[in-house]
Write a protein that binds this ligand. Structure first.
Ligand SMILES: Cc1cc2nc3c(=O)[nH]c(=O)nc-3n(C[C@H](O)[C@H](O)[C@H](O)COP(=O)(O)OP(=O)(O)OC[C@H]3O[C@@H](n4cnc5c(N)ncnc54)[C@H](O)[C@@H]3O)c2cc1C
Length: 1207
């Protein structure tokens, strides 16, 4: 191993940054393209599981500008199924053939003159589906009778293997304790800024596919692509662009699109290009696996873990795509974490479900393993009454035992875990943190401390994935092992150096580190060295292991380059020794010169020496050959193939992480605040401290996302609910605390530079560290990620306070894919006797709560009611007049409701059955089921939306700030023919104060109102609410009237308009009218505005003297729409409370004097009277509880302010 030089180990300026920070990066979409390039758009499945009955592409093909339309069968005719990594009778096609198996799966591909035409043609393709039941839960997928995704498999289990190491049976039999935990790890992903992109060309004369994609490797996938396209490897030229906007593993998953683009280019006869958009990326690119784990430990009386028993069920989604099930096996050598546990049993099952196929993702298998293992260790500590850190310490791999062979076969290279733990606890001031926790608890606060130790594997053994095969199957297939890395170093005639590797960075800074490494070896400044890291498989040396994954750069790639540089240096030293008359060992390279250590004055400039091979090869000493270029392929001997006992050294290097943190939980809201986080890493020799810390911070941020915010949620029918970045919540800098990073260096003896990987560690350690801290704070064992406020409050809030009178639980209606129907089912337990419930049931108020979207229910006769119902399918919502009749009345037992609705956009009907039954301890259970079909002109497709809107004169849309409309246009949820710009009219961009009102014109931006001088005194409620609207950028563009027109139930400005009882001024060509706020908002994004009306202005009353105002809201992240927002207004006339974010529209309640006695009852009634939404971000119960808690808070605040004003 070489010594540190002057560059390695320093946080030198990154050579990449000047280009990237000035916007000159060359990403795939920036590269020059042939002018005849055609563009691809995909039609994707809008349901999770369905047979494809027919695909009609006639209209799409006929659209001018369309070059080709291909279906799955067309693609299959020109390709072969992609390789599946297990022995199973199943195919994996890049485009759906007989059936679709996940929402977002490509169903057809259009190639057209530009992307716009391609997208329009996609809209013209008609697919007839036969919907099938979806399988979403991995355990249900394994259950007998579950719907089978791939009939040829005969079930959804695609791979199962069991392993035994040591003697776990004896260990469990003899153990003093058996402690078990069952956990589920959710689906999530590290989302890169740049999405997928492919440019493909087919050269028919040579049968060559020339494809550039922002693929990241491993280049084992090159083989998969070439096989699928039916060409030998040397006829697939795969190139990567110079820059890539992040990947975190995700861009490995671009390869099915590489195949599709190759086929498209071949069929179209043109180069083709496809750039994935964000919506496609979220639903259909790739994600990490979700996993169900049951883990048990055999523990002796002293807390030493003697054995582990793993049962893992891995959900790989709809297709097993290469290299899966690698996520499950990547950690196989490390299933004992940082602990010395000699007995292990493992049962691994891989299932397929109706979700997006999985692939590489930062941490790759580590988060899933450590979440189970470190939660179990926390639980053992609790059960045995041992301090968790002490329990960890007792079980660590002992100091001095390195290299340490784990029970399952990993050879852990170096470390001193106990010392690292002790050092970090000391430097991170753990004792102070514990004292802080005790003090907080003494004050009644919820504070917890969590720990995690983890081994971070890096430089994957290419052979680890073959552990999924039996030893016999492996013997037949031939051994697979190693981690070939390649580095080439070349000097030009002027003596400057070019370094070439197949490392494909995505922003990490590989070029900087390579210049540091080579600069030190050759004694050159970094500016004399240029590293090229993009790949061209037809020109560059590469290996099947090449690429940017498993944190292999510092350890393997930079190591290979250092070996190549040393090889070249050795030759140059011989040449210099000949010229200087000394031995080669005395030659020194420094400061751009080469000299004899004993006589530095007689130095040769590096350029002159290095140019010799070009200018005068005949003068080289014998045996040198050339000293122009050296290429080194390096694969470590430690990475052997799995043996016949299934022991596998799955990775070369093993970093060590010790994290601890303190979290505080807000009793009022259930929000988790990371108060302090300390992360200690042993990643071997540190090549660039700044970049190492950057990697730790980046992984930490993504791990905070996994712990608290991010989840790909699928409904029971497989529909995908996290399809936008407003649903899939990535933490921003506002949600990410600063952390203390500590280092402990034990260089790896197995890598040329002593470095190990570091970039994935926090994705493995942080989620469980935070979970352990939350468990400690709440004294609660069942923690599931992400730990949302809603889940936390459900744990600490206890039983929800029941309503004071029976209220039937509103039914959440859902549209099933392929159906234009809304169905719902629910139950409500009420304390009243059945008779009382029965009588209430037949009242208008109760029916309003039961019928989804109903308001204004009126009783015409005992069995006949009318109502206004807001119904919607997809983005189209509208009001209907409903006629509801009761029939099959079985006194005290059941009743059937039948309703017919008619509205501007069509008609529909529904039936519901309500059944009552007695509860064992008294009270009544109300069971409700509902089916409503929406037919007529209500649209379930975009074309139908257009037709309906056109028919009703709604083919124009006002655009104001565009902050809502533009995203809707992007998502094709709105397709107006005409856009009318309302934000550029100077006379409507005014805020006027008249007659006790602020009249705000429709061109007034939200920021303009926010900055109005004296807004705090003119209308304090607005001044307090506006900063909660999105971000500064949103408010700078979004208009006040646009927000009112959009009528989002969580939006602050509509809530304030209702709270202050303001007005909306509407105008058509012929007439103007003013509508009171309470009459304007009709429901979820539904208002009294007619399609031809412009909201010309809105009026907010100014603050009357002696009035107090208060506003509060809870959102998931800074700037998000409110989960609950409340406003209170207090004056001599009484107190009102307005609640937004809970029901379909913000609702205002008069509370009289709002006296403290009875306030809790009143708030409870308010909470229950709201038709609380249950969605990804919060449960209905959470919304009700926050309404009670925040409601009380703002009422007190407003009253106090009123009292102050009056005194
Ligand atoms: C990242 C982000 C975060 C956000 N967070 C929040 C938040 O926390 N709280 C919040 O309240 N909002 C939030 N918003 C929405 C934002 O406030 C929008 O600006 C607002 O909802 C719409 O205003 P706009 O002027 O942009 O309207 P546009 O997007 O231009 O139009 C919205 C709709 O209103 C109609 N419309 C607009 N003006 C008129 C008019 N004068 N007459 C008739 N119809 C009209 C349009 O036809 C369209 O249907 C967020 C938006 C973004 C992008």
């Amino acid at each position: 191993m070489r010594q540190l030089g002057t560059l390695v180990g320093q946080s030198v300026a990154r050579v990449e940054d000047a280009t990237l920070l000035t916007g000159n990066g060359r990403y795939l979409d920036d590269l020059p393209q042939r002018k005849d390039t055609r563009h691809i758009a995909f039609l994707r499945a809008d349901q999770a599981h369905a047979k494809i009955i027919s695909i009609d592409t006639k209209d799409a093909r006929a659209l001018p500008g369309v070059v080709a339309v291909l279906t799955g069968d067309d693609v299959a005719a020109l390709t072969r199924s992609m390789t599946v990594g297990v022995k199973a009778d199943v195919e994996a096609w890049p485009m759906a053939r007989d059936r679709v198996r996940y929402v977002g799966e490509p169903v057809a591909m259009v190639v057209a003159i530009d992307r716009y035409v391609a997208e329009d043609a996609v809209d013209l393709i008609r697919v007839e589906y036969e919907t099938m039941p979806a399988v979403v839960d991995p355990m249900e997928a394994l259950a007998p009778g579950a719907e089978v995704l791939h009939p040829s498999l005969g079930g959804n289990l695609i791979s199962e293997r069991s392993f035994r190491y040591g003697d776990p049976d004896v260990a469990f039999a003899e153990a003093a304790h058996r402690v078990s935990i069952s956990v589920t790890y959710p689906r999530n992903s590290c989302t890169p800024m740049e999405c997928y992109g492919v440019v493909a060309e087919y050269l028919p004369s040579e049968d060559i596919f020339d494809i550039t994609a922002n693929f990241q490797g491993p280049f084992s996938i090159h083989t998969v692509i070439a096989r699928s396209l039916g060409v030998p490897g040397n006829r697939l030229r795969l190139r990567t662009p110079p820059d890539s906007g992040g990947s975190f593993g995700v861009k490995q998953g671009v390869f099915p699109y590489v195949i599709l683009a190759g086929v498209a280019a071949k069929v179209a006869g043109y180069p083709v290009k496809w750039i994935e958009d964000r919506l496609e990326h979220l639903s259909a690119s790739v994600s990490a696996t979700n996993r169900v784990t049951t883990l048990s430990a055999a523990v002796d009386g002293t807390g030493r873990i003697q054995a582990l028993e793993w049962d893992q069920v891995e959900d790989c989604g709809a297709h097993l795509r290469a290299p899966e099930p690698a996520t499950l096996y990547r950690m196989h050598g490390n299933m004992t974490g940082a602990y010395a546990i000699r007995n292990v049993s493992i049962r691994n099952r891989v299932v397929l479900t109706n979700k997006t196929p999985t692939g590489l993702n930062r941490g790759f298998g580590g988060p899933q393993v450590y979440f189970a293992l470190e939660r179990l260790v926390h639980k053992i500590a609790l059960e045995l009454g041992i301090d968790p850190l002490e329990l960890i310490r007792r079980n660590l791999v002992p100091t001095g035992d390195f290299p340490y062979r784990t029970a399952t076969g990993a050879l852990m290279d170096s470390g001193d875990y106990s010392k690292a733990l002790y050092t970090a606890a000391h430097a991170g001031k753990l004792d102070k943190l514990l004292a802080l926790r005790d003090a907080a608890r003494a004050e009644g606060r919820l504070y917890g401390v969590g720990y995690c130790v983890a081994v971070e594997p890096s430089v994957s053994n290419m052979g680890y994935i073959t552990t999924v095969l039996t030893p016999d199957q492996r013997a037949k297939a031939g051994p697979k092992n190693g981690a070939q890395a390649v580095g080439t170093i070349t000097v030009d005639p002027m003596g400057t150096v070019t370094v070439k590797t197949a490392s494909v960075p995505q922003g990490q800074g590989h070029r900087t580190v390579l210049a540091q490494v080579v600069g030190d070896i050759l004694g050159l400044p970094m500016g004399d060295i240029r590293a090229i890291v993009d790949v061209d498989t037809s020109r560059d040396p590469w290996s099947i292991a090449a690429g940017n994954y498993s944190s292999r750069f510092a350890a393997a790639v930079a190591g290979a380059v250092s070996l190549a540089a040393q090889q070249l240096r050795g030759k140059l030293a011989k040449m210099a020794a000949q010229q200087l008359g000394c031995g080669p060992e005395a030659i020194t390279f420094a400061g751009g010169k080469v000299f004899d250590r004993e006589n530095p004055a007689a130095a040769i400039p590096f350029g002159r020496l290095a140019g010799t091979s070009h200018w005068a090869p005949g003068t080289l000493p014998e045996g040198i050959g050339q000293a122009i270029s050296e290429t080194v392929f390096w694969s470590p001997p430690e990475l052997t193939a799995p043996n016949e006992k299934d022991e596998v050294n799955s990775s070369l290097c093993h970093g060590f992480i010790f994290d601890f943190c303190g979290v505080e939980i807000d009793r009022l809201t259930g929000q988790v605040r990371i108060d302090r986080y300390v992360s200690m890493h042993d990643c071997g020799r540190i090549l660039h401290p700044g970049m190492v810390d950057g990697q730790i911070r980046g992984a930490f941020l993504q791990a905070v996302g996994a712990a608290l915010y991010e989840e790909f949620v699928y409904a029971e029918d497989g529909s995908f609910e996290s399809g936008t970045l407003a649903d899939y919540l990535i933490p921003t800098v506002m949600e990410t605390p600063d952390i203390q990073i500590l280092h402990f260096e034990t260089p790896s003896p197995f890598t040329p530079l002593g470095a190990k990987g570091v970039a994935e560690g926090n994705c493995m350690s942080t989620p469980v560290c935070i979970a352990n801290a939350v468990a400690d704070a709440l004294s609660c064992e069942n923690i599931t990620l992400p730990i949302t406020p809603s889940k936390v409050l459900a744990m600490i809030g206890g039983e929800e306070r029941p309503p004071s009178k029976p209220i039937a639980k509103p039914v959440k209606a859902k549209a099933k894919p392929g159906e234009r129907a809304l169905t719902g089912e629910g139950e409500a337990d009420v304390s009243s006797p059945r008779e009382a419930v029965w009588h209430m049931l037949l009242e208008a108020e109760t029916l309003a709560a039961i019928i989804p979207g109903a308001h204004g229910v009126q009783k015409l006769s005992p069995d006949h009611f009318t109502a206004t119902v807001t119904l919607g399918v997809g983005p189209v919502k509208d009001k209907y007049e409903a006629d509801v009749r009761l029939s099959d009345i079985d006194h005290l037992n059941s009743v059937t409701l039948t309703g017919a609705v008619t509205g501007r956009l069509g008609s529909g009907g529904g039936t519901g059955v309500i059944r009552l039954s007695d509860l064992p301890g008294g009270g009544t259970r109300l069971h409700y089921s509902y089916v409503a079909t929406v037919g007529g002109k209500v649209a379930s497709s975009r074309q139908e939306i257009l037709d309906a809107l056109a028919e009703h004169g709604s083919d124009a849309s006002v655009i104001a700030g565009g902050q809502t409309l533009v995203p809707m246009l992007n998502m094709r949820l709105a397709k107006p023919k005409v856009l009318i710009d309302a934000a550029r009219l100077p006379d409507l961009a005014r805020i006027e104060e008249e007659k006790g009102e602020l009249r705000i014109g429709c061109a007034v931006r939200q920021a303009q109102l926010e900055q109005l001088p004296n807004l705090v005194s003119k209308q304090p409620l607005l001044a307090r609410a506006i900063p909660f609207i999105g971000h500064v950028q949103t408010r700078a563009r979004g208009t006040v009237c646009g927000s009112i027109a959009h009528a989002d139930p969580s939006a602050e400005l509509p809530l304030c308009l209702i709270a202050l009882q303001g007005k909306v001024h509407l105008r058509t060509r012929r007439k103007a009218r003013t509508v009171r706020a309470e009459d304007f908002f009709l429901g979820m994004m539904s208002t009294a505005r007619e399609p031809d009306e412009l909201i010309e202005a809105v009026s907010y009353p100014t603050a009357a003297p002696g009035t107090g105002f208060a506003f509060q809201e809870i959102g998931r992240r800074h700037g998000d729409f409110a989960i609950v927002a409340v406003a209170a207004v207090a004056s001599d006339d009484g107190v009102s409370l307005t609640v937004g974010g809970v029901d379909d529209v913000a609702r205002r309640f008069d509370l009289g004097a709002g006296r403290d006695d009875g306030l809790d009852d009143a708030l409870n009634d308010i909470a229950w009277s709201l038709n609380a939404r249950d969605d990804l971000h919060a449960s209905a119960a959470y919304r009700r509880e926050i309404t009670r808690r925040l409601g009380r808070h703002v009422i007190h605040q407003a009253k106090a302010e009123a009292a102050r004003c009056q005194s």
